[in-house]
Design a protein around this ligand. Structure first.
Ligand code: HEC
Ligand code: HEC
Length: 198
């Protein structure tokens, strides 16, 4: 009995000594940064994608990020590829990646845009969108619009309008109001405004 206890103690101490030597990242599983290597081919190193249909995800709000990944995994959000990718990860891994990307600086690339259209878009944005998409749509708790790739914004607005992506609460009314103000040009104007930002 005595001997067993001593033995157990020794093993336990040895185990603790080994643990102390391991880097924290091994204990926590692969870090968000390591997990993000898989994403780099499309979203760019550190989440600033080179476009044009791959959205930039650097600086993305962690909650919006996790919600997006869950929606893809559950096939609740239209996707060409992300639904398949998201199925490979756990909630915990979504969180680790979310924190990694949130801490990366977003680098914006210049995009060709129509200046007059962008000016109309700015007015529509101020009136209908700024309340939730603050600072001209800079990364925040309603995602990233400022400087986001314009083709991606077009696809995703189309998805909202065609019921392939769930509207954030109250957003649909504001989009309808913008269209009532400006007609057919409302969405292109808004997208050119976001694309004009750097
Ligand atoms: C093969 C290219 C590809 C790879 C690899 C890829 N993505 Fe994506 N990602 C896309 C595309 C394209 C979209 C737009 C939705 C779609 O069409 O699937 C997207 C959309 C997203 C969005 C939504 C952004 C927003 O503004 O709402 C997030 C978040 C995201 N990806 C995270 C990731 C993460 C995390 C990884 C790595 C585990 C990853 N992606 C790997 C191509 C890719
Ligand atoms: C009441 C708040 C609210 C208003 C007003 C609003 N939005 Fe949003 N919007 C959100 C939230 C929250 C999201 C985050 C994504 C989600 O939950 O799916 C979002 C997401 C988006 C996205 C997708 C971003 C991405 O990364 O995929 C686009 C595009 C967008 N909004 C455009 C607009 C435009 C244009 C207007 C004005 C006409 C507007 N929104 C007004 C709350 C709002």
């Amino acid at each position: 009995m005595q001997r067993d206890d001593t033995m157990k103690k020794k093993v336990r101490n040895l185990f603790l000594a080994v643990l102390a030597l391991l880097p924290a990242s091994v204990l926590a599983g692969p870090s968000g940064e390591a997990l993000s290597f898989t994403c780099a081919g499309c979203h760019g190193t550190d989440g600033s994608s080179v476009g044009p249909s791959m959205p930039a995800i650097a600086g993305m709000d962690p909650e919006v990020f996790v919600d997006a990944m869950k929606a893809y995994r559950n096939d609740q959000r239209n996707a060409t590829i992300m639904n398949r990718i998201a199925k490979a990860y756990s909630d915990e891994q979504f969180k680790e990646m979310a924190w990694f990307f949130a801490s990366q600086k977003l680098h914006l690339f210049p995009q060709a845009h129509d200046v007059a259209l962008a000016e109309r878009g700015f007015k529509l944005h101020e009136k209908h969108c700024e309340k939730c998409h603050e600072n001209g749509g800079r990364p925040g708790d309603a995602g990233t619009l400022a400087g986001q790739w314009m083709p991606y914004l077009e696809y995703t607005m189309d998805d909202f309008l065609n019921g392939k992506r769930k509207w954030p609460r109250k957003m649909q009314r504001k989009v309808d109001a913008a269209i009532a103000d400006e007609g057919q040009d409302a969405l292109p104007a808004l997208i050119h405004y976001y694309g004009s930002q750097q």
